[in-house]
Design a protein around this ligand. Structure first.
Ligand code: GLC
Length: 734
């Protein structure tokens, strides 16, 4: 008995003792403590060597944390349209896992084309759930670089040409991702608007263009989206690499905007230890040594922020304080992600995510031309529907660079059409073919173009209707990272093929799949035209739903499509403006990007920014403002009635552009400052109200270095596209 008593007593003592231990958990591990207190406590415990390890890669896509203190590694993954497959520890190769086939969501140009911020929130949450389930702490997305001209290889990853649209669409995406306890990582900060010479091209730009066009989406992501990470870009600005940039990062991002997260380099975009230490780079990622040379493996200690930085700190050549600031920011990210016990657990490659992907794809497709109600292609109207074009079958989610995905499924347009119309009604031949997926070099097409064409011309002879699926793909010099397009024309002989097909059968519609505008010499001869996108896992289902009329298209162009390349502002000023002289380039079109250029130069676009048709028609009532006069802190309430006059439910994105009547310095003819996607049943009328804070109609005075709203008259235009104003109202701002 006695023995049992002592044993019991000692176990109670042990219990009390461990209990005491549990209640005395260190502050940095105590969820009940505020994050900043936990940050300071953790910082006080980390050694210099451990700090140096935290601020650079330990592998392709992770940093080490502090194993001794139980501060976890930070795992990262591309990309903006889906969570990439697992990558090897120390190479770009696939790790060969078999549980990492994801849902591919539409490219961000498609999301932008929906003009629907609510969908962007749903998109962000879904992709955030996938990243969370795959145990990633940072999703390297979204990209928000402005679409400056139609040759940039990565425009398909971004939100188009207008800063207001990009700002409105990026904020919900970031919030959606981060509500899963996964950090978004807005990129590429900044001025990475082309792929040619991206590693070093030195951009020269006015402060007006920088602040009014290229920074707003980043600023919105920080100040409204609360983004926890930002990726520095490869290129230079004012002679300094953007990933460690005194003005861009220290003064603007962290200074003026108050960004409290981490700046991650692009992979190999760091180039100097002293600059990286002092000019705001918090985490250096890359490959092999300095991220660019493939000299050796496991070279992470050679990184600029690794051994070289430690040596300079130990010699007192660099201050400890800037290192501690980096550590604070990294710890803050840890506490917001993998050290936050309350974050959800995510989900992966589910039916729900596939439905989200399809819905966004359906809302992003843009109907550009529809003569004689070519679309929708009514099932009962036709017996023989002929589909032509490689893009009807080509996998378009692999390649293109870092947004490359290994997907659970990808429904092609042909598959979607066969599911929709039945195999007996659908005939197909390729018509044209490109090379195998390769985005680091051009591989010529292995096909015999003539025989492909002959077969296509034969097949369309007795077709009731022809659907041509063309556009670009993710190959090198198409829509792809690390190289720009070398022509504005459609590649692989598509233009000639379309012309030849039209000679055989006039009842032909074109569906372009791309992330960039293209020249369309055949436009007047085709009956129907859709601008479609890299639509993700449910591409074919979404496409067939729109073509068959199950879904009424409501997309609007997020960028202008010029008639010819020279009509674009960046191209109009010659090579110094694009692509630059291989050392530097000057954004000579300045603030006149996209429709701003078409307006001020009075050059009509082939298809203007904000343009998109519907299977129904909308009637615009006159716009009115709630007051005649406003002061700087007011909100302008605009209202108008919109009526769906057709017999089909539909949605119309009404755009509000603003003109300052007598500005003291040059301003664009008009600028997008508001938009609203209005869903209306057939015959339904709705009075819609759009609020515009007076502060948002300011221009950036680069002499005074501040945003200015001058007392003046301002005209608000209610428009269905940037080239089609339906009514206007002028108000006075005191
Ligand atoms: C690439 C891209 C960037 C990507 C990163 C990691 O070079 O520029 O967008 O997230 O490297 O793959």
């Amino acid at each position: 008995m006695k023995k049992v008593f002592i044993c019991g007593l000692s176990s109670i003592l042990v219990l009390l003792q461990t209990n005491a231990q549990i209640t005395s958990v260190p502050v940095y591990l105590d969820d009940s403590k505020p994050i900043e207190m936990r940050v300071e406590d953790a910082l006080s415990r980390i050694t210099l060597e451990e700090k140096i390890a935290m601020i650079h890669a330990q592998s392709k896509f992770s940093t080490p944390g502090v194993p001794r203190l139980g501060i976890p590694e930070i795992g990262m993954s591309d990309g903006p349209h889906g969570v990439n497959k697992e990558i090897d520890w120390d190479s770009w190769n696939s790790a060969g896992w078999t549980n990492d086939s994801c849902t591919a969501f539409p490219a961000l140009t498609c999301l932008a084309a929906t003009f629907n911020p609510e969908l962007s929130a749903i998109y962000g949450n879904a992709i955030g759930e996938e990243a969370r389930f795959r145990k990633k702490d940072i999703l390297l997305a979204p990209g928000v670089n402005i679409y400056r001209m139609p040759l940039n290889g990565r425009n398909f990853e971004y939100f188009g040409e207008d800063p207001h649209l990009a700002s409105q669409m990026v904020v919900p995406y970031i919030k959606g991702v981060q509500q899963n306890g996964v950090s978004a990582c807005m990129k590429h900060f900044a001025l990475n608007n082309q792929e040619k010479w991206r590693g070093h091209i030195d951009v020269e730009i006015s402060d007006r263009a920088l602040y009014e066009i290229y920074l707003p989406a980043f600023k919105a992501g920080v100040q409204e989206g609360g983004v926890w990470a930002i990726m520095g870009s490869y290129n230079k600005y004012r002679g300094q690499h953007c990933s460690h940039h005194k003005r861009l990062i220290n003064e603007i991002l962290k200074g003026e905007w108050g960004f409290d997260g981490i700046v991650v380099s692009d992979w190999g975009s760091a180039h100097d230890t002293r600059e990286a230490a002092l000019y705001g780079l918090d985490v250096e990622m890359g490959t092999y040594t300095n991220g660019l040379t493939l000299s050796k493996n496991f070279a992470y200690n050679d990184y600029f922020l690794a051994q070289p930085y430690l040596e300079m700190l130990e010699k007192g050549e660099l201050p400890q304080a800037t290192l501690d600031d980096k550590i604070r920011r990294i710890l803050r990210l840890n506490f917001r992600t993998n050290m936050n016990r309350n974050r959800p657990y995510g989900s992966f490659a589910t039916k729900e995510h596939a439905d989200v992907s399809r819905k966004i794809a359906e809302e992003g497709i843009v109907l550009l031309k529809n003569t004689n109600d070519f679309f929708p292609v009514h099932k009962e109207r036709y017996k023989k529907i002929v589909v032509i074009g490689e893009n009807a079958i080509r996998p378009l989610l692999v390649g293109g660079g870092s947004s490359d995905l290994k997907v659970k499924k990808e429904v092609s347009p042909l598959e979607g059409l066969i599911n929709q119309y039945g195999a007996d009604k659908i005939s197909y031949t390729m018509g044209y073919g490109s090379g195998p997926p390769a985005y680091d070099r051009v591989i010529p097409s292995p096909y015999n173009a003539d025989s492909l064409k002959r077969e296509a011309l034969l097949l369309v002879k007795d077709a009731d209707v022809v659907l041509f699926f063309g556009g670009l793909n993710k190959n090198n010099q198409q829509d792809s990272e690390s190289a720009d397009r070398i022509t504005y024309d459609l590649p692989f002989g598509q233009n000639e093929l379309i012309e030849d097909l039209l000679k055989v059968n006039k009842n032909l519609g074109v569906i372009l799949i791309s992330g960039n505008g293209v020249a369309m010499p055949w436009l007047d001869k085709v009956q129907g035209l859709m601008q479609s996108w890299y639509l993700g896992s449910e591409a074919g289902t979404a496409t067939a739903n729109v073509i068959a009329g199950n879904v009424n298209p409501s997309g609007k162009l997020p960028f202008s499509i010029p008639q010819k390349l020279e009509d674009n502002g960046a191209i109009a000023f010659g090579t110094i403006s694009y692509p630059g002289d291989s050392i530097r380039q000057i954004y000579k079109e300045d603030i006149f990007v996209g429709y701003r250029w078409h307006d001020i130069k009075k050059i009509p676009a082939l298809f203007p920014f904000g343009y998109g048709l519907s299977y129904t028609t909308f009637d615009y009532g006159k716009i009115s403002a709630d007051k005649k006069e406003y002061s700087i802190d007011d909100i302008i309430k605009l209202s108008f009635t919109l009526t769906n006059k057709g017999n089909l439910d539909g949605a119309e994105t009404v755009q509000i552009y603003v003109t300052q009547n007598n500005p003291s310095l040059v301003r664009p003819t008009k600028e997008l400052k508001g938009f609203q996607k209005v869903f209306l049943k057939a015959g339904e009328s709705k009075t819609t109200e759009i609020s515009i804070p007076v502060k948002t109609i300011a221009f950036f005075d680069d002499k005074a270095h501040e945003w200015v709203v001058e007392p003046d008259k301002f005209t608000f235009h209610c428009a269905t596209s940037s080239a089609d104003i339906r009514s206007s109202v002028t108000v006075n701002v005191k």
